[in-house]
Design a protein around this ligand. Sequence first.
Ligand code: TXA
Ligand code: MG
Length: 313
Amino acid sequence: MKSIYEAKEDNIAKAAQVIKDGGLVAMPTETVYGLGANVYDAQAVARIFEVKRRPTFDPLISHIADFDALPEYVEADQRVWALARRFWPGPLTMVLKRRGSHAGVDLACSGLPTATVRMPDHPVAAALIRQSGVPIVAPSANLFKSVSPTTAQHVYDGLGDQVDMILDGGSCPVGVESTILDVTGMTAVILRAGGTTREDIEDFLGEKVLLSHGEPDRPSAPGQLLRHYAPGHRLRINAEKPQENEFYIGFGTRDGDLNLSPSGDLREAAANLFAFLRQADATAGERTLAMAPIPEYGIGLAINDRIRRASHD
Ligand code: TXA
Ligand code: MG
C-alpha cells in the first residue's frame, strides 16, 4: 500500500508539505477519515470533488486546530463562541455565515453564503492542520454515497493511489461523522445527527434544538440524501431477529453474525458501525443484511440516521 503512512512525526511533517504543495492527504479524525486539502488552493479543492466523484454543489467542512482560526472567513457571535468552547475539539460542525471571498473557499462552500467549520479531536489531524498553517477542508475520504472510512485501509480500498498520502492513525474512536448544527438562525437546527448528541447540545443551550430530516429532493446537507452510506447488499433495519438467508448484525442481547455492542453500549456500536457494514458486505455472499433495532437516543440518533439511508432502495 504505497500511499499509506504510519502517522509518525516525520510523516505528518511530510503530509503538511503535501498540503502546502496543493496535494491531497487523508487524515484520521475522531469521527471518520477525511480527505484533506488546503482551503486556499482552489485546484486542490477541485481535486477533492473529482477524486470522491462528488457533485460540486455538495459543500465541504473546514477543519481548524486553534480557536483563533474560527473567524477566518465566518461570522462568530457569542452563541457560536460558547458552543465552540464547550464542544471543541470534538464532533460538532457549525454552519455559519461567511464573510469575505476566496476562490478556494467559494468552491469548498459550493458558493453558499454559509461555511461549515469544526475542530477535530484527534492529535494527528490537529498536528497536520497546525503544520500546514491553513484550514484543511475535508469530506469523508470515501466515494460519494458509499460507506465512510474508519481505517486507513478503508480509505485505500475506496480511493487507492489517487490520494497523495494516507496518514494511518488507527481506527476512528467515534465512528460516525460529526453533528452538523445550523446556527445561522434564531433556533439551532441539527442538519445531520452525529457524534455530539442532541441532548448535550440542548442541555448546554438550555433550549430545544430542531432536528431536520431534510427535503429529499433539495437537501441542505446532502448527507440528507435518502440513499447514502450504502453497502452493496440490501439492508433490513429494526429487525427483531434474522430471517432465513439473512446476515444478522446484532446489538445488545440480540446476537448475530456480528454484534455492534454485546453490552448494548451505543458509543461502542457507533465506533463499530461502518467497519461492520463493510465486513458484512464482504462476507454475506448470497445473503442479504439485517440489523437489530438501535435505541433512538444519544448517538443512537446518528446510527439510526445512517442505517436508514443505507437501507433505502
Ligand atoms: O465528521 C465529519 O464531519 C467528517 C470528518 C472528516 O470531519 N466529515 C464529513 O464530511 O463527514 P462530508 O463532506 O462527508 O459531510 C459533510 C456534510 C455534507 O452532507 C455537506 O452537504 C454538509 O456537511 N455541509 C457542508 N457545508 C454545508 C453548509 N454550508 N450548509 C449545509 N450543509 C453543509
Ligand atoms: Mg461523507
